[in-house]
Each structure stands twice: as C-alpha cells, then as structure tokens.
Design a protein around this ligand. Structure first.
Ligand code: DAV
Length: 366
C-alpha cells in the first residue's frame, strides 16, 4: 500500500494529477446561479444543449497535450469517467434540465493533505459532477490506507439559496462592480456553498474568494472543519463576475504571487502578505482581447497556469506575454497548446486537480 494523495499548496513538486475530459459537455440551461456568470452580450445567453462535437474533440486534443507535457516530466495522470451530461436531474428540492461536464476538475475536488473533498457547488447543473471522479476516489481509497475520501455537506439549492431578481438584463458593468464592491452576490447565506477553485491552499492558510460561487457561510464552515488551518476571505472589487481565485491571485512559489491588475484585493487583505515579505506583482496582459467562442471565462485565463515545482510552470502556448513575465520572474516555462479547452471551463490550473505533491503543511505566514 502506497501513499497516493498528498498536497498542501499549488507549487510543491507535482507527482500525480487529475486532468479533466470534455466528452458530452453541455452548455447548461439558465438557472438562478448561472445567469450571473454569463455576460449580457455573450453569444451563449439563452443557448443550451450539447456542445458541438468538433469542439469537444478539439478540447480533448488540448487536454491530451497537457497530459503528454506532464507525463514527459514523470507526473502520473488520472482521468475522470464522463457521464452522459445531457440528462435532466432532480432531487427532492429542485429539478434541472441538464448537467454540464467533467471539466474543470479544479472546481469540484479540493485536496488538502491526505484528503480529497468534493465541493458544495452553487450551480444546480453541477450537482452530480462529482460522480465522474468517484471511480478514482475509490481507487485511491483502495490503494492508499491514509486517503480521506470526503464529500462536503451537500447544499439543498432550493430557491432560498439564491437572491430573486438579482439578475436583470439591463444591469450595467458599473452596477455589477458596485455589487462586487458591496459583497452583494447572487447566493444567499442559508447554507455553505463553494467551488473548490475559489480556495487557494497555502499550507496552514486557506485564502478563499467570496464571490458568485462561494459564500461567507462556506468560510465559516471551512474554519470549523479545519480548526488547525487559518481561513482568510478574499474579495476582488475590480471583478464584475467574481468566480474562482485562479485567474486573479496565483502563487508561483513561496513568497511570490501574480495578481490580476484589474482585480486587486480589497482594503486590508494584502496586509498578511506584506507583513511576511511576499511579493505580489501585477500579472502580464493577456495575449488575446477576446476569449475563444462559447467560453464563459475571461481573457485572464492567461494567468491560469499549472506550477510543476517552484521553478517550473506550464503556461498556455499562445500567452506570450505571460510566458515572458514568468521567465523574468525566474521560472522555467513549458508552453502547452490548450486554448481550445478554455470553453469547457478554464485554463491549465482549472483543467487539473492535485493528487500528489511532495511536501507537508508549512506555515508561510508565521
Ligand atoms: O477570469 O473568467 C475564470 C476562472 C475559471 N476557473 C475569469 C475567471
């Protein structure tokens, strides 16, 4: 029996990782939490159903590029088992016309030490996505006697979980920014709701983005569940669609973070980094002015990189500005062509979930 699961941060040497799959991916129907995420002028508004097969095949090709790049460096890769995502689902509390995808894994699985926890997502269409990872979780459970296989409390996602009429077709970008600044998001606080990609793990400290996908009750829940860790809420007032911390505030190694220049942390939230002599630098500008077609995410997937060890990072192949900056920051850069996987939910960090990194739980903010 071997140790299979261990990871405390995003930079220690990566040895084993899960890479998502695009098969059967769906653009989900509108529901209370998702309309918030789709910009008003997006070509995806009002559209739902299976994604075009050619884009699925191309997305999978991109993920194969990533698999090959990490395998060439000795990293073991595991893959989820996709379901037929275009099925209606129901629980005692809600019905939804479809599920979504098993891209990206980073939103669903949170690895902390020897534990992998499935998240408590606020999107109804993502309620059963964890099932794609259950075969892997069972395998880790059988092979690693210390592995903790965990499911966070499942949210009920009744209408009480969302603010009604929060979304309005006419809302301007400025009004969205006022809402972000006021920490006024579409979810309520009736239960903990969180996406794993909102949680940035840094050893003894968890920095969790409060936004459209993760609420304050989730942070309170995390602090009680992990009493030995310190939970810090983060807000980024410059982001009109705040979801997921990994295109906003991205650590490269102990002492160094790249920060989206349009999304600086709220007043006072940098203090802990400054007090511990961390360098927080503005990330380079994205190489693109638009995301690819049928993509929910912004052009800032440019900074959504996968750190393989404190001096090696994978950056998307077309993101030349980000590559150049990484190089100047002393990182060896491995470019991987992944842009056509962006529409399935994200970049290099999103497309993966940690299984094993060397190292233990350090205190970086003593
Ligand atoms: O900038 O659209 C994308 C994050 C995906 N995990 C953005 C955030």
């Amino acid at each position: 029996m071997a140790k299979i699961v261990n990871s405390w941060n995003d930079w220690d040497p990566l040895k084993r990782v899960i890479v998502g799959r695009c098969d059967n991916s769906v653009i989900p129907p509108e529901e209370p939490a998702t309309s918030e995420k789709v910009p008003v002028d997006s070509e995806m508004r009002g559209m739902w159903g299976l994604r075009p097969l050619a884009t699925v095949e191309r997305g999978n090709e991109c993920l194969e590029n990533l698999v090959k790049a990490v395998e060439d460096r000795g990293v073991v890769v595991d893959r989820p088992t996709p379901l037929q995502w275009n099925q209606a689902i129901g629980t005692p509390d809600f019905r939804n016309d479809s599920m979504m995808t098993c891209m990206p894994p980073r939103d669903i699985l949170l690895t902390i030490g020897n534990e992998i926890m499935a998240s408590a997502n606020s999107f109804r269409c993502r309620y059963f996505e964890y099932l794609a990872y259950w075969p892997l979780m069972k395998q880790y459970f059988d092979e690693d006697p210390e592995f903790l296989w965990t499911q966070a409390p499942r949210p009920r996602l009744t209408d009480a979980s969302y603010k009604h009429n929060y979304y309005d077709e006419k809302i301007t970008l400025e009004e969205r920014l006022v809402r972000t600044a006021n920490k006024d998001f579409v979810t309520t606080e009736v239960e903990p709701m969180w996406d794993a990609a909102d949680v940035m793990r840094m050893g003894k400290d968890l920095f969790i983005q409060h936004g459209l996908t993760t609420n304050r009750t989730a942070m309170e829940w995390f602090q009680r569940y992990y009493p030995e860790l310190r939970v810090h809420a983060m807000n980024f007032p410059g982001d009109p669609y705040p979801i997921h911390i990994d295109a906003t505030f991205v650590p490269l190694r102990p002492g160094l973070i790249i920060n989206n220049p349009n999304r600086h942390p709220a007043e006072g939230q940098l203090a802990i980094f400054e007090a511990n002599d961390w360098q927080v630098v503005d990330a380079a500008q994205p190489a693109h002015t638009e995301p690819p077609a049928l993509c929910y995410s912004s052009v800032w997937l440019s900074m959504n990189c996968l750190v393989l060890d404190p001096s090696t990072v994978i950056v998307e192949a077309s993101e030349v500005n980000q590559q150049e900056q990484m190089d100047k920051l002393g990182m060896n850069v491995i470019p991987v062509d992944l842009r056509d996987a962006y529409p399935f939910g994200g970049g290099l960090h999103c497309s993966t979930a940690d299984v094993y990194r060397e190292g233990g739980c350090e205190d970086y903010f003593p």
